[in-house]
Design a protein around this ligand. Sequence first.
Ligand SMILES: *Cc1c(COP(=O)(O)O)cnc(C)c1O
Length: 369
Amino acid sequence: MERKISISKPSVGEEEVKAVSEVIRSGIIAQGPQVSKLEEEFSKLCNSEYSIAVNSGTAALHTSLNVAGINGGDEVITTPFTFIATANTIMMQNAKPVFVDIDEDSFNLNPDLIEEKITDKTRAIVTVDLYGQLCDYIKINEIANKYNLVVISDSCQSIGAEQESFKSGSIADITAFSFYATKNITCGEGGILTTNNEDYEKKARLFRQHGRSDLNNYDYTHIGYNYRTTDINASILLEQLKKLSDFTNKRISNANYLLENLKDIPGLVLPKTFKNNKHVFHQFTIKINSDFKMRRDDLVKYFKDKGINCGVYYPKSIHLFDHLIKFGYQEGDFPVAERLSGEVISLPVHPELSRDDLNYIVSSINGVI
Ligand SMILES: *Cc1c(COP(=O)(O)O)cnc(C)c1O
């Protein structure tokens, strides 16, 4: 039998099917009571005061930047080693993404390089908690306090992650999450933002529906979009939330198995979990350097031929895309991000993998060396 191991797979079952059927039969299928319930449960999960559900992670990021007051002429510090939505949403508010290079070991923003990029136009830092591990918020929040900047966390990959006594969703001023099909929990497409700031919460509820309040009185005070989600989506997520800790534990145990069985391979650098962090392994990302027997791109192809679908997140540092390079960026500006975009490869780690699948991944790598 030919083997096929995918890089991600939604874990959905009969519970979700039943929940969706009930919503459809109820007659309320757009934003309604299930969305409110989802927001309540999500706030409990993150220890955050408020949660506002929207229809994608991109919508959650755009809303976060808008309610934080980011506008034309503002500068927003972020990482070039991320999914494009992080920078696009900054540009959607007509602000300039100011990139800061990443840390070699965490793949996240290097906090020691932030201060030199702060100008009198800097208004916010958008941190990205890449692959399932939080940024160094002790240092980042300290810098933000010193310069009076808003910290917006793009935690689309890090639901359930923790640092010290904080959870993702309550460690930054505003946090954005995604429920796209590849994320740790999903409803196909979806997103949510969390905050402890009542002013941000009120503005986010307006921004999500054309500046109209939830009271449905056709009174518009504010520009807005249609970023509402539906009770159908919310009912799926309410079931997914019940399963989140099982999913996370399975991801961690799969990661530990790979860590244990891929030790000491020349040129293969394993992911690190930092002290006082809970890494939720959205991705298990290794680095392939020149000491390895094969080049990174050849290894991706080798895996593909073996039926193992690996990911390269991300093949290009985003300051080099046409619509960003116009801000004056060039090759060589962010040497760590640029080098790692040629070294990273993410191995399957999702909860649907069997022990047999993991062994097959390990033995395929051993077949190279
Ligand atoms: C998935 C993701 C997003 C965007 O989420 P969507 O729901 O696809 O809009 C943004 N940032 C990061 C880091 C992501 O992984």
